[in-house]
Design a protein around this ligand. Sequence first.
Ligand SMILES: [Zn+2]
Length: 428
Amino acid sequence: MSNETLSAVFENIVKSEDNLIRLCQDLIRFPTVNPPGNDYQACVEYIGNRLKSRGFTVEYIRAYGAPGDSADYPRYNVIARYETGRVGPCVHFNSHIDVVETGDGWTKDPFAAELIDGKIYGRGACDMKGGLAASIIAVEALIASDIELKGTIEISGTADEESGGLGGVAYLAEKGYFSKDRVDHVIIPEPLNVDRVCLGHRGVWWAEIKTHGRIAHGSMPFLGDCAIRHMGAVVASFEDKLYPAMAARHTSMPVVPEGAKQSTLNINSIHGGQSEITEGLPAPCVADSCRMIIDRRFLVEEDLDEVKREIDDILSDLEKLRDGFRYEVRDMLEVIPSMTDKDAPVVKATAEAIKEVLGKTPEFICSPGTYDQKHIDRIGDLKDCIAYGPGILELAHQPDEYVIVEDMLNSAKVMASSAYKLLMGKSS
Ligand SMILES: [Zn+2]
């Protein structure tokens, strides 16, 4: 039974508490804010140096030519690989090293990583340097134990997840680092709570819709054609047709929170007409153009082409109904939904490990937003991938973000146990 074998590993993790806290604090103190993509090289070298001293082979991979990659802001990634020398699968822990901007409202220094009452505060504490630190401690404890492990363990620290992952996991997957030749099981320690297994995420379509008009004097709008009124008709049509249709569509995906269990559309922004050059001096013209940015999140049951067609049908109906209505749609971002099977090995191993460590049956969820699983699935064609980590989902990107040390310790045990089961073929 793995319980006895692993008890020494769990004990080692508990004893490593100070080490775990220091590691997490060190990681937070690299202000790897993205954009612009600050301090990546120093952060990956810190991870690489640590793991090299534990017997890992370390590779630094810069995503030359990726969006944002420059001499000032190089997109650096690190992959550390530990071969046991015995035949077996490869378990990979992937964490992004970038964090979002701090924003207002902090009562703590976002990069001081203060430890207060069992919580470490800082930008990225929850999303996701706490998860990265926990995975490193988990793997170090496994390697240090007497267990004759099989196979290979990899840990990566990757760039740019917060801006789409093109200079990080997508780049590495294109180069074959995430491929069936090299990796079998992937755990991404994103902050989705210590007792939940995240199977995947919904899809995304970002687009710009533009309506056209004709400029004229503001006192005689009947001589022009107002692009903003045309856009108003688009919004009204969304309210009448699109929102009710989306609300009626439910998914088998266990997305959290509840409101994200259906298709959603956010209207991110609308810009129309000439801009006011000076405050108090309005532009005296009829608006000849108007732009809207939409963020459509869709379900595994939906097809991206149909998602697009649904909006295009609304726009082409308006073209028939409204004199002068002309429009354009421009794609900005497309992400296909990803969901790992509940019976997949990494799901079962992690669920069993959660039961073992926390004594409760884990919840299976999907994320409302996307993360790097999309690239591992679509580019790497690796289907055995989940997100599992210690942070609290709701704290991600918030002021006074923190991670709870006890959650890190528990998730480190879960990750060690899950990796053990996968490497040794012990999952039921
Ligand atoms: Zn994240």
